[in-house]
Ligand binder design. Structure first.
Ligand SMILES: Nc1ncnc2c1ncn2[C@@H]1O[C@H](COP(=O)(O)OP(=O)(O)OP(=O)(O)O)[C@@H](O)[C@H]1O
Ligand SMILES: [Mg+2]
Length: 250
């Protein structure tokens, strides 16, 4: 690790803008990621929470995000519900490993859907630290949908529902879709926070798909959009699950 890399992270620690300090595991992962060139420096904190802290940073000209999953405060019982039954993960022996799986899950989910829908660009994963593209400009993140009501709610909902369908056919159900995890960047929806995402063969898949659609519709209902293209929830689910080819024939 170069002195410069070391300094950028250590300085950051000293300023305590991390809402405390990084634990040793996160610091080691950050150093590895910086050494491999996945980011140059961290420049500010975007969000602190129970499960993760989110930082803004740079990688050359690119703005990036480092999402650091917290090992101590995470709700591991809830995480286990989603990891269990996900054939991509073979089990965990301690809480630390579970959180590493959780971070890996978000990275894998982003990779699966990135070409098909608007979401952060997955860049790298190391233990509990995920590096992804930043949605926003000059360190200012795009606002959450709940704080930035779209000018054309019908069109916005239409795009979100098409993302849900695209994701389903990439074998991913978001699992935590709501106005909190949809950003409104210049009137275009971007989906974030995919760590809960499961594959359609997961035992919770149907329940999560239903919840994603219900939560999204509930928000748009408050914006005066009564439903999605006249469909009620079971019809939307049927539409999501209908393959594109078949849809075009009918
Ligand atoms: N790629 C990104 N670009 C810009 N802002 C982002 C990005 N990822 C996350 N954010 C911001 O950070 C916030 C928290 O991120 P995210 O929803 O992924 O974490 P979380 O798991 O909900 O964390 P918490 O436990 O704090 O609720 C988001 O609401 C958003 O404002
Ligand atoms: Mg979130």
């Amino acid at each position: 690790m170069s002195n410069a890399e070391d300094k950028n992270i250590t300085q950051y620690e000293d300023k305590k803008i991390s809402g405390g300090v990084f634990d040793k595991a996160s610091l080691t992962a950050l150093h590895t990621l910086a050494r491999k060139g996945f980011f140059d420096e961290l420049t500010g904190i975007i969000s602190t929470g129970k499960e993760a802290n989110v930082y803004h940073g740079t990688r050359g000209e690119q703005e990036i995000v480092a999402k650091i999953y917290l090992i101590e405060t995470s709700d591991f019982r809830n995480m286990d519900l989603y990891i269990k039954g996900d054939r991509r993960f073979s089990g965990w022996r301690n809480k630390r490993q579970l959180v590493y799986n959780w971070a890996q899950k978000e990275f894998c989910n982003l990779n699966r859907v990135y070409e098909k829908i608007k979401c952060p660009q997955p860049i790298a994963i190391e233990k509990n630290v995920l590096i992804m593209g930043f949605l926003g400009i000059d360190g200012v993140p795009a606002p959450k949908l709940k704080d930035a009501i779209p000018g054309d709610p019908i069109g916005f909902l239409d795009t979100v529902m098409n993302y849900v369908k695209e994701m389903y056919w990439c074998d991913i159900i978001h699992g935590d879709l709501s106005e909190y995890n949809i950003l409104n960047w210049d009137e275009t929806p971007y989906l974030i926070d995919m760590s809960m995402g499961v594959m359609p063969d997961h035992p919770l898949a149907d329940r999560l798909l239903e919840r994603d659609i219900r939560n999204t519709l509930n928000f748009f209902r408050k914006m005066g959009v009564p439903n999605y293209q006249g469909k009620i929830e079971p019809e939307i689910i049927e539409w999501v699950k209908t393959p594109y080819k078949k849809e075009k024939k009918t």
